[in-house]
Structures are given as C-alpha cells and as structure tokens.
Design a protein around this ligand. Structure first.
Ligand SMILES: NC(=O)c1ccc[n+]([C@@H]2O[C@H](COP(=O)([O-])OP(=O)(O)OC[C@H]3O[C@@H](n4cnc5c(N)ncnc54)[C@H](O)[C@@H]3O)[C@@H](O)[C@H]2O)c1
Length: 351
C-alpha cells in the first residue's frame, strides 16, 4: 500500500509545471493544500508564470511552492530535488508536444520525452517514490473505429513520433508495475485542452506558430495572425470539419487533483479519459470564439492535413464513477477565458 496522507502532508513533484497544463494544475494543487515542487527547464515556458501563480493563490499557498529550473534528463539535478524535498508523488507533464515538429525532429522527441521519463522513474525508484501520474493523450487511440472512446478502445499505431512517445511511455510505465507491483501509475488521456485561468493571468503561450487550433484562433482574434486555417471541410461530420472533444484546462487541472486523491492507498496501472464527452467542430469553435471576442473571425479552408482524424470524443464515465470527477465548463466558457487571457496578454507572458 502506498502512503495515505492528507494533502498538506503530501509533496507533489510536477515536471513541466511551468507549462500550459502544468501551471493550471499547480494552482489547483496549491489551492487544494498540497506542497508542490516544480521542475521545468523553461524550454517551452516562461519563468513569469511563477509570479502569476503567486498572484492567483496568494502568499500563504505560494509559500508551499518551490521551483527548480532543470532538465528532467539531468539525473544529478533530479537527485538533488529528491534529496531536498520529501516527494510522495509525481505528475509528469514535461515533454515536447508539437506533432508536426516531431516528424522533423524525431531524435529530439524520442530523447526528450522517452529519455527523460526513463531518467525520472529511475531516480524515483532510487528514492523510494513509486507513484506517478502521466500526461497521455487521446492520440493513442488513433483513428477510432467507434465513438465515444472508452478506456477499453484499442490503442492504434501512432502516425508521428510524438504519438509514439505517448504510446511507448504508457507501455514503459505499465512494465514498471509488472516488474514491481508497488508502483502506482495513473495514465490520464487528455482530449483537447483549451481555455485559460478565468483571472486572465495564466493561459496558453505557445512559442512560434501555434500547432493547435485554439491558440491560433485566439491569436487571430487579437490581430497577431490574419485568419484561421481550417484543414479540410469534407470530413464525414455535420459541417464537414474535424470534430474534437475540447476540455477546459481548469477542468483538466481538477482532474489531476482528483487522480491524486483516487490513487491514495492504491497500487496498479489505471487509465482515465479526461474530456467532456462532447464533440465540437472547427467551425463551431470559430463561431464560439467570434462570439466571445465580439467580432467575426476570418478563416480559409485548406486541404486536409495528413494524420488528422475525422472525429474523436471521450466517454468519461470511468473518471466520473471512480474519481468523482466531471468536466464543469462548456465551449463558451473555454472561449471566454481564452479570450480574457489573450486580450490581456496579447504577446503571452512576454507581452
Ligand atoms: N496541450 C495539449 O493539447 C495536450 C494534449 C494531450 C497531452 N498533452 C501532454 O501534456 C503535457 C503538458 O502539455 P502542455 O500543453 O502543458 O505543454 P507545455 O509545452 O506548455 O508544457 C510542457 C512543459 O515541459 C517543459 N519541459 C519540456 N521538456 C522538459 C525537460 N526535458 N525537462 C524539464 N522541463 C521540460 C516545458 O518547458 C514546458 O513548460 C505534455 O506531456 C503534453 O504532451 C498535451
């Protein structure tokens, strides 16, 4: 049995905690009373997010947060972090996430995502910490045979190195538990996280041209880009554009806190889908964002992108049943909060 501890006695290491999903999860953890240690090399994040976290949670809660700027591939740095902090559990967000870039930089993606995970779990084992929540993705389901996707839906071969890293890390963490049943592994398969903290103080701040639809739409809304590119309008969906299950990043963050509570006292490997269960098309997102920002956003139809699936959305019954977690926010909330963030911070954290 792993330790059963109250949140205030539980120290959580959050790798990639300065990133988009990580930073929102850190806020939820601090608000939930946890002690939090972030390790992030800032390869895709700004140190300014730490100040924003402090402002949101207040002085009391932020006194329970520490930050290490380090690469998760750096074993010595991880050893120091584990020596200096009584880490009970790890939430592992750190990794590269741009699907397109992973095709042109496979070595970097396999090395950073898989290599860092191997280093992390090895150091965890050395320090007697065998409890990990991993950021997986609906990408492991590939092009689905049937919808909605349940945790029993088959994993399909990935179509890019990024997808393979998620696929493989799930297997690696499963093998750990086979070898040593004391491991406690939760694989969270995220659908499409969007939105921002409702305060407008934190949000998604991609470097370069955004890969995902929402930050792109938000940058069109704020005038940083001309128009939205819609890849394919001839899919077998009601309006011909791709359908995804968008989930508010605050709901996703709450899902991690629910997972930590659920894990308490357990061992094993468990998979949970985190989505809303609702599919929304690209055109519906553009329309909802236009309503949020008060102006019709221009878009252009482009050919389909290779590797894009027609539709996916989650069956989230398991997370509801087991963890008591359910998404609270809808598309209008996601677009409103994303717009608040983008309009207050047109150039992200640097602006
Ligand atoms: N955003 C999505 O659509 C989505 C969907 C499914 C899964 N995920 C996964 O969730 C996790 C978090 O995603 P995100 O959107 O917050 O991305 P993000 O890029 O904002 O966050 C990742 C963080 O990890 C850090 N990082 C990267 N490599 C590191 C290393 N070797 N050592 C230390 N820090 C490192 C980056 O600086 C960044 O702050 C990733 O694993 C991603 O693959 C994201």
């Amino acid at each position: 049995m792993s330790n059963q501890k109250a949140p205030q006695d539980t120290c959580v290491l959050v790798t990639g905690g300065a990133g988009f999903i990580g930073s929102h999860t850190v806020v939820k953890l601090l608000e939930g009373g946890y002690q939090v240690v972030i390790v992030d090399d800032l390869s895709n994040a700004s140190e300014r997010v730490l100040d924003r976290i402090d402002r949101i949670v207040g002085e009391d809660a932020s006194s329970r947060l520490s930050f290490y700027r380090a690469d998760v591939n750096d074993r010595e740095a991880l050893d120091v972090i584990f020596d200096e902090n009584p880490i009970d559990r790890v939430i592992h967000f750190a990794g590269f996430k741009a699907v397109g870039e992973s095709v042109s930089k496979p070595i970097e993606y396999y090395s950073n995502n898989i290599g860092s995970t191997l280093t992390l779990v090895d150091v965890m084992r050395d320090h007697g910490c065998k409890s990990i929540v991993f950021s997986s993705s609906a990408t492991v389901y590939g092009d689905p045979d049937a919808l909605p996707l349940t945790e029993q839906s088959p994993k399909k071969p990935a179509t890019n190195p990024y997808g393979w890293t998620k696929w493989m890390i799930e297997e690696i963490l499963g093998s750990l538990h086979t070898a040593d049943p004391a491991w406690n592994v939760v694989l969270l398969r995220y659908f499409n996280p969007i939105g921002a903290h409702p305060s407008g103080l934190m949000g998604e701040d991609p470097k370069g041209i955004p890969n995902n639809l929402l930050p792109y739409v938000a940058q069109v809304a704020v005038g940083r880009r001309d128009r939205v590119h819609v890849f394919g309008d001839d899919y077998d969906t009601p309006d011909g554009t791709g359908v995804r299950d968008y989930i508010h990043v605050m709901d996703l963050a709450a899902g991690h806190v629910a997972a930590l509570a659920w894990m308490d006292g357990r061992t094993g490997v468990e998979v949970f889908n985190l989505g809303t269960g609702n599919g929304t098309s690209v055109l519906e997102i553009i329309e909802a964002f236009s309503a949020a920002c008060g102006r019709e956003l221009p878009y252009v139809i482009e050919p389909r992108r290779p590797g894009d699936v027609t539709a996916n959305y989650a069956d989230c019954a398991k997370a509801r049943r087991e963890m008591g977690w359910e998404a609270q926010f809808g598309i209008a909330d996601m677009c409103r909060d994303s717009w608040t963030w983008q309009s207050h911070n047109p150039n992200g954290y640097e602006g």
